[in-house]
Design a protein around this ligand. Structure first.
Ligand SMILES: [Zn+2]
Length: 450
């Protein structure tokens, strides 16, 4: 009954032209609270969680499954809470709740992971990293870490893939009996990275300040506690050399269980190097062919606001989702490698999906953007909190004559369309959802549930 109710709800919502992915699952869970557990019983699940990089990592892993010819489904739409995850399992079950596919690739919100893990009993869990994110929703980083740890303790049969460079994530290994695979980056990524506030300056075990042999970004890198000896663990999959950083891709040398592999990553940006090696670790844990994984990493496309491109009629607009200081600083690191005049767009919202507290913009090093003045044609600011965003940019030293505030997305889109220069858009989550929906309608593109 729960399965049927959910399917009818999905059909109705699609007829209405809506991609409602959470409501049908919510209805089903009202009828049968443990439904997800029954549906996932005979499905081998890969669960991806962590603060940043969940969606991109999931898309790479999905591409590896696709290229391997595996029978799988995934929660494509970013519906990563228990309701949305239940909906996607129902869509991939028969009416009696039997699975139609062998595997599931599930992106899961950090806070939801403890309950989702208990129900789906994953075979592999990937933790990308733990950063400070939406304080009002997730609380301090240690609280997020605690949620993820409970989820993993609810996953007794899973191989756990952990980011060795994140002192918070890596600490999970000593708390669990599971098989663990560590991935990381053995070398600095940027010549001149933005200076940023560390989200984890003090040892998770003893509170002493860490020393680092190198930094990649944020608090990630070769950490070492001089007091208790807690340090970055040995890795099984890690980047040993950055060979080439391009505008649209990165080439790296990776050591995989001692084998040296050259890998092209079909997205720019240092943070995507982590997403690629995390996905590679998952692939190794499942036992896919390495050549298949390499080919998937070289060709996957992410879309959905992660470096997603729109053609505005002769010039392109790229949407890069920003949601917290660490993620936004990495986007600025990437942008500082651009070498053509560009129009920048910042859209700041404070809906619950973005986090109500927008003070995080003061922890982002927007001064790095001001340093790029010669490449900035104009900066457009929009969203519910556009005035706050404009103030932040003024304090960062952005040339005021280049700042323009737009009260609505229609006039913003018109202004972008009139441009002839490339446009880079940095929206928060709900701003991205609204804006890309309007841009898809105007310039072509898929709806988010497709
Ligand atoms: Zn320590």
């Amino acid at each position: 009954m729960a399965v049927s109710a959910c399917r009818i709800a999905i059909k109705l919502l699609r007829l209405l032209g809506r991609g409602g992915t959470a409501i049908p699952g919510k209805i089903a869970l009202k009828i049968c609270p443990e439904l997800l557990g029954y549906l996932a019983k005979d499905v081998k699940c890969v669960l991806i969680t962590g603060t940043n990089g969940k969606t991109t990592s999931s898309r790479i892993i999905e591409e590896i499954f696709a290229k391997s010819g595996a029978s799988y489904f995934a929660n494509r739409s970013g519906a990563n809470l228990i309701n949305g995850i239940t909906s996607i399992f129902i869509e991939n079950s028969t009416l009696t709740g039997k699975p139609k596919k062998e595997y599931a690739v599930i992106e899961c919100d950090e806070a939801a992971s403890k309950e989702v893990c208990r129900l789906i009993n994953p075979s592999v869990v990937l933790v990308t990293n733990v950063f400070r994110d939406q304080l009002d929703r997730y609380g301090e980083v240690t609280h997020t870490l605690e949620n993820i740890l409970i989820g993993i303790k609810n996953s007794p049969n899973a191989v756990i893939c952990l980011n060795a460079d994140c002192s918070l994530t890596a600490s999970i290994a000593t708390e669990i009996p599971n098989k663990v695979m560590f991935f990381g980056v053995d070398v600095p990524i940027y010549n001149d990275p933005v200076s940023e506030v560390s989200d984890a300056p003090h040892c998770i075990k003893c509170k002493h300040e860490y020393d680092y042999s190198y930094h990649t970004f944020g608090h990630l890198g070769g950490f070492y506690c001089p007091n208790c000896g807690y340090k970055r663990p040995e890795t099984q999959v890690s980047v040993t050399e950055i060979l080439d950083t391009g505008i649209s891709s990165t080439t790296v040398r990776v050591s995989v269980f001692g084998d040296s592999e050259e890998i092209v990553i079909n997205l720019p940006g240092g943070y995507n190097i982590y997403n690629a090696v995390g996905a590679l670790a998952v692939s190794e844990a499942i036992g896919f062919k390495r050549e298949t994984a390499k080919s998937a990493i070289a060709t996957f496309s992410c879309g959905f606001g992660r470096m997603e491109q729109f053609d505005l009629g002769g010039h392109t607009a790229r949407i890069i989702l920003v949601k917290n200081p660490a993620g936004c600083n990495q986007v600025l690191n990437y942008l500082s490698s651009l070498s053509e005049k560009t129009v920048f767009v910042c859209c700041l919202n404070d809906n619950s999906a973005d986090g109500r507290d927008i003070s995080w913009i003061w922890d982002v090093n927007f001064e790095k953007l001001a340093d790029m003045d010669e490449f900035i044609d104009e900066i457009y600011v929009s969203g519910i909190r556009s005035a706050d965003m404009a103030v932040r940019l003024k304090y960062a030293g952005i040339n005021e004559s280049k700042l323009k505030i737009f009260d609505d997305y229609d006039s913003l889109i018109k202004a972008m369309e009139k441009q002839i220069l490339p446009v880079v858009i940095m929206p928060t989550y709900s701003a991205m959802m609204d804006l890309r929906s309007k841009m898809s309608a105007a310039f072509g593109g898929k709806e988010f549930w497709e």
